[in-house]
Write a new protein. Structure first.
Length: 118
């Protein structure tokens, strides 16, 4: 089992920025794609940003965050980051990280709460 620990959330005003971190004690961290997900109250968890495992670390974003959020990874530190800029009230949610390849096998972390006030 892999432990996923998200941090960096908080309360921020609309237009502000936050940087989330996800520490993963995955032995083969480098071998996985990684992604950030979020779950707003009353809604399903959704994938918002993904970074590939190599070959240039390609990234993909949900339309709702494209151009505002940036996902990155530090393989040496086994950490995934999410830089969130120009935050909007609709970004309010609990944010989680995981590997899309391993969702069937790895439990979710506790997540980190992001609240954006208008």
């Amino acid at each position: 089992q892999v432990q996923l620990v998200e941090s960096g959330g908080g309360l921020v005003q609309s237009g502000g920025s936050l940087r989330l971190s996800c520490a993963a004690d995955a032995t083969y961290f480098n071998s996985y794609n990684w992604a950030w997900y979020r779950q707003a109250p009353g809604k399903q968890r959704e994938l918002i940003a993904e970074i590939s495992r190599g070959g240039g670390y390609n990234t993909n974003y949900a339309d709702s965050v494209n151009g505002r959020f940036i996902i990155s990874r530090d393989n040496a530190k086994r950490t995934v980051f999410l830089q969130m800029n120009n935050l909007k009230p609709e970004d309010t949610a609990v944010y989680y990280c995981n590997s899309p390849q391993m969702l069937e096998y790895w439990a979710w972390g506790q997540g980190t709460q992001v609240t954006v006030s208008s």
